[in-house]
Design a protein around this ligand. Structure first.
Ligand code: SF4
Length: 420
């Protein structure tokens, strides 16, 4: 590792080994039946008439990405010295090689079966998946008809992420979900038989929810053929219906103590059932960790397509327009709907690797981050780490740091102080 005492990371343009070459793609499909009261994602509810235009836009955006990638591919060979970036501008339209592909939303399975087939056709022409690639599709339980499941399998999906949220009908109604608990169980069993690698999302701390009720959700999940579970405490995001109702006093959040009790119950129950917690909100059976999410947490590059999608490619973070209709207009007119473009400085890159990486239960290796960015980044956060070690929030073991049990509850604070 090259390091001098007067090294200034803000003057270094690139990591010594170059920026991570993306091998992952996120595609945001914004369609939903209706907008759930707690959701602030980029969603088009009840506008399935725009599905064909959306697929046209995805096709266009992926083609542009292929073109730019051709330029970058030529560029990379010249830029290893961290100085000027010159491109030979040879446009190649080779497929984008990927290790992970993630169709999220919104609800990808809100696309009609013929349109889902068209989406897979578009992807098959523009991306090339590695033999052992992880190909995840999000779905809602009520969408999993035989035709849709067959379409997903034929399209190459080998991991299904189901938005279950709960098995309790009253809680599902509170959350404004469209499925019943029984439908969720049936969908998991059917998808388990055909796709085999099932992840579910569960929400806890819904208004009126009790700890015994949450325990029933966890126990039901543990009896089903599920490989991966993500559990989230309900949040009241500004701009959502739930946020307004909470302010008006017509929706009562559960107490903070109950919220924490539910989180601990998740950890205990899922661990006892053979899941390993590997991130603050993520639990996986052996070999079933999300490879795609690990790319985000470890600061590797990724492509992203669709409204509100954010990509990190060659040291730039580009974020697409959040409004799906503006996204459609801009991509169809000019091939791009980038609303924000930010150059990521080397120091920021190092901080992000550490801040997002610390969410993982195994923690982070500061020496590895030093190696990736080419200077002693660990020294720049030494004081912050010491402070959190003293308050029993972090454990330091040589150049390795991780959250303590207590620290799991304060991860957001650790993240923000590392980023500062
Ligand atoms: S189904 Fe999911 S993405 Fe769609 S509105 Fe509900 S929470 Fe949001």
């Amino acid at each position: 590792m090259e390091k001098t005492s007067d090294f200034d990371p803000s003057l270094a343009a690139d990591p010594p080994g170059g920026w991570p070459v993306p091998k992952s793609l996120y595609l945001h499909v914004p369609f939903c039946r209706h907008r759930c009261g707690y959701c602030n994602f980029s969603v088009l509810a009840g506008r399935d008439d725009l599905q064909d235009r959306f697929l046209d836009a995805v096709e266009r955006e992926l083609s542009e990405l292929q073109g730019r990638r051709g330029e970058l591919g030529e560029d990379r060979g010249e830029a290893r010295d961290g100085r000027s970036r010159r491109s030979t501008m040879t446009m190649t339209m080779a497929p984008i090689e990927l290790d992970t592909l993630y169709l999220g939303g919104g609800t990808p399975t809100q696309l009609t079966p013929p349109r889902l087939r068209r989406l897979f056709h578009i992807l098959s022409e523009r991306v090339s998946l590695a033999e052992d690639a992880e190909f995840t599709c999000e779905a809602n339980p009520e969408d999993l008809t035989t035709e849709t499941l067959t379409g997903l399998v034929e399209g190459g999906v080998n991991r299904l992420s189901l938005g279950v949220q709960s098995f309790d009908d009253a809680k599902l109604e509170t959350l404004q979900r469209s499925h019943s608990g029984e439908e969720a169980v049936t969908a998991i069993r059917r998808a388990g038989e055909s796709i085999g690698n099932i992840s579910i999302d569960l929400i806890f701390a819904a208004p009126g929810e009790t700890s015994p009720a949450w325990q029933r959700d966890l126990d039901t999940a543990c009896e089903l053929p599920i490989e991966h579970i993500s559990t989230y405490s309900l949040t009241y995001e500004k701009g959502t219906e739930f946020w307004s109702r909470r302010r008006q006093g017509t929706l009562q959040p559960v107490s903070e103590d109950t919220d924490i009790e539910m989180y601990h119950a998740s950890r205990q129950t899922l661990t006892a059932a053979g899941f390993q917690q590997y991130e603050i909100s993520s639990f996986a059976k052996q070999g079933a960790r999300s490879r795609h999410n690990s790319v985000y947490w470890n600061g590797h590059g990724w492509y992203a397509v669709g409204p509100s999608a954010a990509r990190f490619v060659d040291g730039w973070r580009d974020v697409n327009h959040r409004s799906p209709t503006t996204y459609l207009k801009q991509v169809l007119a000019q091939g791009s709907a980038v609303a924000e473009r930010e150059r990521i400085e080397l120091d920021q890159h190092a901080r992000e690797i550490a801040a997002f990486g610390i969410r993982q239960i195994d923690g982070i290796d500061l020496q590895e981050i030093n190696r990736r960015v080419g200077y002693d980044f660990a020294a720049t956060i030494d004081e912050v780490v010491d402070r959190f070690v003293k308050t029993d929030t972090l454990i330091r073991c040589g150049h390795h740091i991780r959250l303590t049990e207590q620290g799991l509850l304060f991860a957001d604070m650790v993240e923000s102080q590392i980023l500062d």
